[in-house]
Design a protein around this ligand. Structure first.
Ligand SMILES: [Mn+2]
Length: 318
């Protein structure tokens, strides 16, 4: 019989890494969805709220190629500590976050809790999130979480000239938790990734990064794809699953900052996550980039809540 695991919800309303405003409202939109469904989900589960630094959005941008990186460092440290403590308490953290830069904090926390373990990551996302300040066309930090934990500068494809301060801050971000790199390319796997710039394409090709496309998922079937994914990550003791809602197709909802055609549907997304969390090596899960200001009728948050409640029950084995 499987052990019962207790989840801990971690709410992160930070959206400083996004280029479009509104993802900080994603957490509350999911809670509103729960209320609309008359669910007791958030009443019966302990949830902790990580203070954000969104006030920085009113200030000037200091580093144009790494916008609000100081706030992102703060978020990595705060989320990292909360995720580390949750894992050390024997809980399964489920993070609901604003923008995807927060995932770098989650990975930092997992690595801090298990410094001697080999960590794998399943990145369910339309994008590669593998830019560095040296290559980013926008300077938005939600396109950089993977580069930060991989310790990747991608100097070979450098397009931006960074000032000394930005370089120093990027080094600090990569080194949060005093461990860098936190993740190895061979322990990273994408699902539904379909939109990336050539600088990221270079890294994906050079490092032979695995990606299960939407059509492969449909052709092979969710169960088999998930089994293959966990087999690919067999050398990893701990696996983190990061679910960016833009992995789903824009036909489901407009409620995310950077939608891309050709994504999975809500049923496929739920089935993938439900399948993955059955594996006991999966130790943390994140839902991110829900933006109700771009949505109508709160559709994206309702979709996420339906997945979240099913997944939580699965983990808790109720
Ligand atoms: Mn993303």
């Amino acid at each position: 019989m499987k052990k019962t695991r207790q989840i801990r919800i971690i709410e992160v309303k930070s959206e400083v890494g996004a280029g479009t405003r509104g993802a900080s409202l994603g957490v509350d939109a999911v809670k509103i969805a729960a209320l609309d469904f008359r669910s007791t989900f958030f009443r019966t589960r302990r949830s902790i709220n990580i203070p954000d630094d969104n006030a920085a959005l009113y200030g000037v941008v200091e580093s144009r190629y790494a916008k609000r990186i100081r706030s992102v460092i703060k978020m990595y440290e705060r989320i990292g500590a909360a995720v580390r403590d949750s894992l050390k308490d024997g809980k399964f953290p489920i993070i609901i976050s604003g923008d995807h830069s927060n995932a770098g904090g989650t990975i930092s926390g997992i690595k801090m809790a298990y410094p001697d373990s080999r960590m794998g990551a399943i990145w369910i996302d339309a994008h590669a999130d593998m830019h560095s300040p040296y290559t980013s066309p926008s300077g938005n930090m939600h396109g950089m979480p993977l580069a930060s934990v991989l310790g990747e500068d991608n100097i070979e494809n450098k397009v931006n000239d960074l000032d000394y301060e930005t370089i120093e801050l990027w080094e600090r971000l990569k080194n949060v938790g005093d461990i860098s790199p936190k993740l190895d390319y061979r322990d990273l796997l994408f699902m539904t990734m379909r939109d990336f710039e050539e600088q990221e394409g270079y890294l994906l090709k050079k490092n032979k990064v695995k990606n299960f496309t939407t059509s492969e998922i449909r052709k092979t079937g969710v169960t088999k794809v998930c089994r293959e994914a966990m087999k690919y990550l067999a050398p990893c003791d701990k696996v983190y699953v990061s679910f960016d809602v833009d992995s789903m197709d824009p036909t489901i909802s407009r409620g995310t900052g950077t939608p891309v055609k050709g994504g999975i549907n809500e049923r496929e997304a739920a089935d993938i996550i439900l399948e993955l969390v059955q594996n006991e090596r999966v130790c943390a899960l994140e839902f991110t980039e829900i933006n109700p200001t771009l949505d109508s009728e709160n559709v994206m948050a309702e979709t996420v809540f339906e997945i979240l409640s099913k997944v939580a029950r699965q983990i808790e084995q109720i």
